[in-house]
Design a protein around this ligand. Structure first.
Ligand code: SF4
Length: 348
């Protein structure tokens, strides 16, 4: 047995978590249920749900026979509802295909809906004492740090390396304590932020600890820089009305009314004349507005323009003059609304 596994097992027995409602049982149904509930949910939140769920659906048959609405009602508030749907589908499948008995073989467990490789391994280890390797997010982090595995933890290459470590470290005996120990280590000691290295049973052999790489491991993919764009919007005012222009139906803010827009480097008065047949003068630059889209961020530079000359009004279809005070209530995008509101406050 590796020194790592030996230390994890001894530590789990001495200092690990004991007495959680799903521990001290080899009932695969209970273990499966806990593993699914614990995905993306904290232990403290899971406990009351787990207990209530078992009271209402005490075994696979009860779960398989339950109406979907009942099941969802008992899951309500736990989130990630696909977990409940998969649980139900798997219970039905076990009832139909496996005669209502939870399968023992790893491949049959892994084949059930909603059960990934690591969850199948945890069920195999806890319920059937099988030597199977787990590798959930917490364990990946602890392995990457302890064994000094660099590179993007989400990449296939690094994930393969982590699975190799997971298999290499599997002890011949004590798989239950080892598996629980890895889970406990990742959840309570080798935490994402500020791991408690002083309490760690494998600190002496930890590469990240010894080389001061804790903050760098596990490695993450470089964050893609969000593109940034700039645009100018014209708040063209004439006789208390502001000019709005309808955007094309497709694209950003498609079909909404918007302030006339132009590239920041373009000549305002040229655009004013050629596009709208207007003459004007700059009144002021209004406060810059920042807006975030999913794929880029936008800085809007609004400029207030007063139309000069009374006979020149843009009247083409797709253009609308609207009372400045009514404009924020029109079908306009949120940042344009904010610009117009700001403009109204400036003049109060
Ligand atoms: Fe994690 Fe620290 Fe233990 Fe290394 S020494 S495995 S970084 S808790």
């Amino acid at each position: 047995m590796s020194v790592f596994a030996k230390k994890i097992i001894a530590w789990q027995i001495r200092d690990g978590r004991h007495g959680l409602p799903w521990q001290g049982t080899t009932d695969p149904y209970r273990i499966w249920l806990s593993e699914i509930m614990l995905q993306q949910t904290q232990v403290a939140t899971v406990i009351p749900y787990y207990e209530r769920f078992l009271k209402n659906f005490p075994d696979i048959q009860a779960l398989a026979a339950a109406p979907a609405d009942d099941l969802m009602q008992h899951w309500a508030g736990l989130g990630y509802y696909a977990r409940a749907r998969n649980l139900h589908a798997a219970a039905k499948l076990i009832a139909d295909v496996h005669g209502g008995v939870f399968p023992r073989e790893f491949d049959a467990i892994y084949a059930l809906p909603g059960i990934g490789k690591s969850t199948a391994a945890a069920i195999s280890a806890f319920a059937f004492g099988q030597r199977c390797a787990i590798l959930d997010g917490n364990v990946k982090r602890a392995f990457a740090r302890h064994f000094g595995i660099e590179g993007d933890v989400k990449s296939k290459q690094v994930e393969d390396k982590l699975w190799t470590v997971a298999h290499d470290q599997l002890p011949r005996t004590g798989i239950e304590s080892y598996t629980q120990g890895l889970m406990d280590l990742g959840a309570t000691v080798c935490t994402r932020a500020q791991p408690s290295c002083m309490l760690c049973p494998v600190q002496k052999t930890c590469v990240a600890f010894n080389k001061g790489l804790i903050d760098q491991l596990p490695g993450r993919s470089a964050k893609r820089e969000m593109p940034h764009r700039q645009t100018r919007m014209l708040v063209i005012i004439h006789n208390g009305e502001v000019l709005l222009e309808k955007r094309p139906p497709a694209g950003i803010w498609g079909g909404l009314w918007c302030l006339p827009e132009l590239p920041v480097e373009q000549d305002i008065f040229d655009v004013l004349h050629k596009r709208y047949g207007l003459k004007g003068r700059t009144v002021r630059a209004l406060d810059r507005m920042e807006h975030g889209f999913t794929h880029y961020s936008l800085s809007i530079f609004p400029t207030e323009i007063a139309v000069t000359g009374s006979d020149t009004r843009a009247m083409e279809p797709g253009l609308m003059w609207i009372n400045l005070e009514d404009a924020p209530g029109a079908a306009i995008p949120a940042p344009v609304k904010r610009i117009l509101r700001d403009r109204l406050t400036v003049n109060q």
